[in-house]
Design a protein around this ligand. Structure first.
Ligand code: DAH
Length: 380
């Protein structure tokens, strides 16, 4: 009776060296061959196939083909035994049983080796340095904006979100810019069409809010603004502002001054000294600019260096930094929205968000804000 065991060895199986799964391969093959030559040949191929299984699934597949209860080659060969002569049955039976045992051992050794090499989910090396998850955070401008919103919320202001693409007459006309008035020269404007612009400041929000609502009003207008500027270290074609507006009966310049001092001291520190100087904006009367004593040189205009002093680079030596524009809402603006300037008065202010961040953190380059370089943004 021929032995068809070898048919169980799939020629496509990769061959390893049997030695790694059976250290006694030589002795085992010799013993099997002395019983029946085909048994030795089969055993070598079968052990090599097990040794070469590169993962657990492959090993399992080969184990089933060799030793499996249903389709295992050894199982089949054993089942054919009753048809053999007594003499053949004795030799082959002994050989097949040895093969069965040794292959089972070989399979187990290979399985152990694969399991040991596989990374295990429940093996944690607590001595390895941890993997720090990347955590995002708010952009520095969003942080400053949120801080301002918190501050003004505390002073009773609500947020009014106004459009970035604005009608010319809201950006200028209703804010008391006379046609062709040189005040427009300070606003290098992007025109979308003849009467539509990208807003050059957040002040048009006041007009929209006042047209929609009745006084009293206490609002802030945060948002992005656009100017067709020549770009340099302190000018961009887009940046952020926050205007504020307070309209009620008997609102005075004193209220404005108190509000702005609260703002300056909250942002730059409780000891911050401020000054108001008169300046022209078409939409306020009187109009003013608020300066703070330079936060870097404390108003002295000079900075200490290793070899003496030099001009402070933040205030340019003047000792003061310009913080914002402000003033009492012009009666023409109140009239344009249907308010009676004899009944109500109001103050307004407008500040640049980038500028606040630059002065506070000593950022010399406005372009950094838009570059999305996490080495820069990660510092705040
Ligand atoms: N809108 C002005 C600008 O962008 C800034 C400004 C000045 C805003 C005075 C105000 C204000 O609210 O009262 O140049």
């Amino acid at each position: 009776m021929p032995l068809d065991l070898l048919l169980a060895i799939d020629p496509a199986w990769s061959r390893g060296d049997g030695v790694t799964v059976d250290p006694e391969l030589g002795a085992h093959v010799a013993e099997l061959s002395s019983l029946e030559a085909a048994l030795g040949v089969f055993y070598v191929s079968a052990t090599e196939a097990l040794a070469a299984a590169s993962d657990l699934a492959t090993l399992r597949e080969r184990q089933l083909a060799l030793l499996g209860r249903e389709r295992g080659a050894v199982t089949h060969a054993l089942a054919e035994m009753p048809s053999l002569s007594v003499e053949d049955r004795k030799r082959r039976g002994r050989g097949l049983n040895l093969i069965k045992r040794w292959l089972a051992e070989a399979e187990e050794r290979r399985r152990r080796a694969l399991e040991a090499a596989a990374p295990s989910a429940d093996l944690i090396d607590v001595t390895l340095p941890g993997q720090k998850p990347w955590v995002g955070k708010a952009h520095v401008l969003a942080q400053v904006r949120d801080e301002l919103l918190d501050l003004f919320h505390g002073l009773g202001y609500s947020v009014y979100t106004s459009r970035e693409v604005e009608l010319d007459r809201y950006n200028f006309g209703k804010l008391n810019f006379a046609p062709d008035h040189p005040a427009r020269d300070a606003h290098d404007t992007y025109f979308v069409s003849d009467d539509v612009v990208l807003r050059t400041h957040t002040s048009p929000g006041w007009v929209r809010a006042m047209e929609e609502r009745k006084p009293p009003l206490r609002l802030v207008f945060p948002g992005r603004v656009y100017r067709a500027e020549q770009i340099d270290a302190s000018h961009m074609d887009q940046f952020h502002q926050m205007d504020g507006l307070f309209v009620d009966r008997n609102v005075s310049m004193a209220d404005l001054k108190a509000t702005l001092n609260t703002f300056a001291r909250s942002i730059y520190g409780p000891k911050t000294r401020t000054r108001l100087i008169p300046i022209y904006f078409p939409f306020v009367e009187p109009g003013c600019q608020m300066d703070a004593a330079c936060v870097v040189c404390d108003g002295s205009g000079a900075m200490k260096t290793a070899d003496g002093t030099r001009r402070c680079s933040v205030c340019g030596g003047g000792g003061w930094i310009e913080l914002l524009g402000a003033g009492m809402v012009h009666p023409n603006v109140l009239r344009a929205v249907g308010y009676d300037p004899e009944e109500v008065t109001g103050f307004a202010f407008g500040m640049g968000v980038e500028r606040i961040a630059m002065v506070r953190y000593g950022i010399p380059e406005i372009r950094r804000f838009l570059e999305n370089d996490t080495r820069f943004l990660g510092q705040f």
